[in-house]
Design a protein around this ligand. Structure first.
Ligand SMILES: [Zn+2]
Ligand SMILES: [Zn+2]
Length: 295
């Protein structure tokens, strides 16, 4: 594909392949250096959902985002990602517009019937609107909510889904865990994030990060006592000054955050600052992006 881009490998054990929707693993190795033999590959490809990921690999597909990585998809405000790991599939959030979410699934060839469970980060509409697509068919898929979600959420979705309240550290799908409910008292929006331990470290997937992106990463590190390979999703840094952003980046470094994929509510200025700070370890996001980690 003409838009294939391969970035230098920098991590220890696992491959991180960033792809735009597609079929095969890279056919060429990462740039050959003496240290690169067992190093991961980080690349951007134009379609790689055709082949199932290796059994040990983690595949994260961005289904809904404010920007697109794959021109077949549409962008709208919100976030959703499909997590495929150890042969199982869990959906994390559903975006802010069912009329965009459904066609995006179709464009990627994703059959909603293959979704085994859904985790909703928080009850804001830009993360739950796509549930309307998944409510059809009478499957009553398991939906992990949080104890503090409003009654209106349970009334709206309780008949179409099997609602369960996720607890901190609960395994939502094999190898995929939740931070459980986190809330910044000054903000008051309870939210959960996903944590997937890998051989290279923790992969943390955030939605809007209303509890604070640093608080989320701290929680994950405290729970799993491992370095952080990747934090990807919305970081909610729109209101932060450059000084505050630099402090957050410094704290990421202190916590061992190796790579970041900031998108959605992070804000363009914050995304640019994170991209500048992380360089080749900044992972571009957008609807249609596929992250393949390990395997
Ligand atoms: Zn929100
Ligand atoms: Zn959001």
């Amino acid at each position: 594909m003409g838009d294939q881009l391969r970035l230098p490998a920098t991590g220890p054990l696992l491959a991180l392949l960033v792809a735009l929707g597609a079929a095969k693993m890279p056919t060429t190795a990462a740039p050959a250096t003496a240290a690169a033999v067992a190093a991961p590959r980080l690349g951007v490809r134009a379609s790689s959902r055709d082949a199932a990921p290796d059994a040990g690999a983690l595949r994260i597909t961005v289904l809904f985002d404010n920007t697109v990585a794959d021109p077949r998809l549409r962008a709208a405000w919100g976030f959703a990602a499909l997590i495929e790991h150890r042969g199982h599939t869990v959906l994390f959030d559903t975006g802010g517009d069912a009329g965009v979410f459904g066609p995006n699934l179709d464009s990627l060839g994703i059959d909603p019937r293959h979704i085994e469970a859904i985790a909703i980060s928080h009850a804001h509409d830009d993360h739950i609107a796509g549930l309307a697509i998944l409510a059809a068919g009478g499957r009553r898929v398991l939906l992990y909510a949080l104890p503090a979600f409003p009654a209106a959420f349970r009334e709206r979705f309780g008949s179409a889904f099997r609602l369960a309240d996720a607890a901190p550290g609960q395994e939502l799908s094999p190898g995929v865990f939740t931070t459980g409910e986190l809330v910044d008292p000054a903000v008051g929006v309870p939210e959960q994030s996903l944590v997937i331990p890998t051989d290279s470290g923790l992969v943390i997937v955030t939605a809007c990060a209303h509890p604070g992106i640093v608080a989320i990463v701290r929680r994950a590190v405290a729970m799993y006592h491992a370095p952080v390979y990747l934090v990807a999703g919305g970081f909610h840094l729109l209101q932060k000054s450059d000084v505050e952003l630099d402090a957050i980046i410094a704290e990421f470094r202190r916590l061992g955050v190796r790579r970041v994929g900031a998108t959605h509510c992070t804000g363009e200025r914050a995304i640019a600052r994170l991209a500048a700070a992380y360089g080749q370890d900044f992972v571009p996001m957008g609807a249609g992006r596929v992250l393949l980690i390990g395997g």
